[in-house]
Design a protein around this ligand. Structure first.
Ligand code: SAM
Length: 338
């Protein structure tokens, strides 16, 4: 498909067309993953961040955030809780927190892998050197999530301060791939100044980079950021981008993101029906969940992990899907047992 054809599809506002697109995407995901929905236990372990991304509620410049940093013991206790509930992937996500050194993160990863050797550990802690990524891989990390945010360098510059560049983001993604991580990139839909051309560029980048995972969620404004008064991304366009991503990368791991669940009561179900196949419920301690506020009205059920998982399972069953709790690796990285 050419770039102008993609821009055409992205710009269509026809309900019937969209329905067909979602059905086609759903069929493609079924070929690879049947009706299975993989779950990952998300641990938002720090909201300290050295960066000042203009859209993000935990940006360094936001002095109104109450900062927290979980200790390794607290993180291990979240993993234990998640393990008992059935999770076999733990995602450690946070701001770029200088209070956690690369060596401390490596030792955290090794502790998790020692206790739960059959579980996958995903890191999502931002931009580091290849050597640091290697240290974490050697410690046992399996996967890394680092959204590229937008594949257009000028647009990237409108969303980030000058010290952050698309070129470095892309360098990180290729380094991670070379180190044999399962790598996730991704982008926000409806971020300020975004055009259909930018979204077509995002898809072209996905096709070229061939990530194992893609995180796509609507931009949602946060009141204490420079983008407080910008409009948020829509449900319709986000679902369209999820479906197109499934069609472009048939076996990719594609989450129905928290942001999607935050803008619509059944956003995650709609994401699954548009081609997504992963959900990432929150395993963070309940008292810190409302401090990891990337955007306003962020979904958090407040339920402890076991109840949250059983609620998610019923929601997925209601649309004909089933939650499975194995590691859920990308097809190209599976051991024969799965
Ligand atoms: N620091 C790590 C990084 O940069 O990849 C991980 C944490 S970062 C907060 C996770 C993702 O949250 C970002 O990649 C961004 O796409 C998303 N995000 C941040 N602010 C957002 C907003 N206002 N609306 C929607 N998504 C947002």
């Amino acid at each position: 498909m050419t770039s102008s054809e993609l821009v055409g599809i992205i710009s269509i506002h026809d309900e019937a067309f969209r329905k067909e697109l979602f059905e086609a995407a759903s069929e493609v995901r079924k070929l690879h993953y049947g009706n299975d929905v993989y779950v990952r236990g998300l641990i938002e372990f720090t909201n300290h961040c050295r960066n000042n991304c203009l859209y993000c509620g935990i940006r360094a410049g936001n002095t109104l955030v109450e900062r927290y940093r979980l200790t390794p013991e607290q993180i291990l206790s979240c993993c234990e809780d998640g393990y008992q509930t059935g999770y076999r992937t733990f995602v450690l996500q946070g701001g770029e927190d200088v209070g956690y050194t690369p060596i401390q993160i490596a030792s955290l990863v090794s502790s998790i892998k020692e206790r739960y050797p059959e579980c996958a550990v995903t890191l999502s802690v931002g931009e580091y050197s290849k050597e640091v990524y290697r240290l974490w891989k050697d410690a046992g990390a399996d996967r890394y999530l680092l959204r590229h945010e937008t594949a257009d360098a000028t647009h990237y510059g409108m969303l980030h301060p000058k010290n952050l560049t698309l070129a470095n983001r892309i360098r990180c993604l290729y380094d991670l791939k070379e180190l044999d991580y399962q790598v996730g990139c991704g982008f926000m839909v409806g971020s300020p100044f975004q055009t259909p051309d930018h979204l077509a560029k995002d898809l072209a980048f996905l096709k070229e980079f061939k990530p194992h995972m893609v995180g796509i969620g609507p931009f949602i404004p946060h009141k204490d950021t420079p983008f407080a008064h910008q409009p948020g991304g829509t449900l319709e366009l986000t679902l369209t981008m999820v479906a197109l991503t499934r069609l472009l990368l048939p076996d990719v791991l594609l989450p129905a993101t928290t942001a999607l669940g935050s803008i619509h009561p059944t956003g995650r179900e709609l994401g699954i029906l548009a081609g997504a196949n992963v959900c990432m419920p929150n395993l963070s301690p309940e008292d810190v969940r409302d401090k990891y506020t990337l955007y306003n009205n962020k979904l958090h059920t407040g339920a402890e992990s076991a109840r949250a998982l059983s609620e998610l399972s019923s929601r997925m069953e209601s649309i004909g899907y089933r939650v499975v709790t194995h590691r859920g690796d990308h097809i190209s990285k599976r051991s024969r047992k799965e």
